[in-house]
Design a protein around this ligand. Structure first.
Ligand SMILES: NC(=O)c1ccc[n+]([C@@H]2O[C@H](COP(=O)([O-])OP(=O)(O)OC[C@H]3O[C@@H](n4cnc5c(N)ncnc54)[C@H](O)[C@@H]3O)[C@@H](O)[C@H]2O)c1
Length: 171
């Protein structure tokens, strides 16, 4: 019986890997000019899944995260799953100079911005912390991108279940 159970669990795990692994299909037009993607909040729940999709599609990733709500181990697992490496930088998006340096050093051509605090209750009890992190952080990120001449585009539809993000909409 234990071996039957083990076989069933292995089959379920295999099905999960095949069915739920995020896919990222880029048209040649979308891929044009996109090489290195900065993924903010890359160690988080959505970020780590997007990292898998990006690496699987052949793109390069520099993941930035301050690890306030995540663990670097998630990105180690991403690299194991994909059999490819990414760059990880332990940086806060509020640190504009550090973000600017990353954009320039790694030749970033596109950004996917997921870094943020998102606990509903906490956002009510600590509104200024959330404002500083999410609003000011995004403004600093955008400012660094502007200085580094990085076009804000998300040219991919990460999962079949997510909204389609038009390549023509700068986000
Ligand atoms: N999970 C969902 O169902 C869902 C749905 C819609 C939208 N979103 C949004 O997507 C984003 C990511 O969500 P998630 O579920 O992956 O959350 P998450 O908490 O798992 O990931 C967010 C990541 O951002 C990092 N981070 C936070 N502030 C940072 C900062 N100042 N600098 C650098 N890193 C920072 C955290 O450490 C974490 O790893 C959030 O903005 C969230 O509001 C999530």
């Amino acid at each position: 019986m234990p071996s039957v159970l083990a076989a069933r669990l292995a089959a379920i795990a295999k099905a999960c890997r095949n069915d739920f692994r995020p896919r990222c299909e880029l048209t040649a037009q979308m891929r044009n000019g996109i090489r290195m993607i900065l993924l903010t909040g890359g160690a988080g729940y959505i970020g780590s899944h997007i990292a898998v999709a990006l690496l699987d599609s052949g793109l390069d990733v520099v993941a930035v995260d301050n690890l306030c709500n995540s663990n670097r181990a998630s990105l180690d697992r991403v690299q194991t799953i994909c059999g490819r490496s990414l760059v990880f930088r332990h940086v806060d998006i509020c640190n504009e100079e550090a973000i600017y340096e990353i954009l320039r050093t790694h030749g970033v051509t596109a950004v996917i911005h997921l870094a943020g605090l998102k606990a509903v209750g906490e956002s009510s009890t600590q509104p200024m912390t959330y404002y500083e992190n999410n609003v000011v952080g995004t403004m600093r990120l955008v400012s660094a991108m502007s200085r580094a001449d990085v076009k804000m585009r998300i040219p991919l539809d990460v999962a079949q279940h997510s909204e389609m993000i038009s390549p023509t909409i700068p986000i």
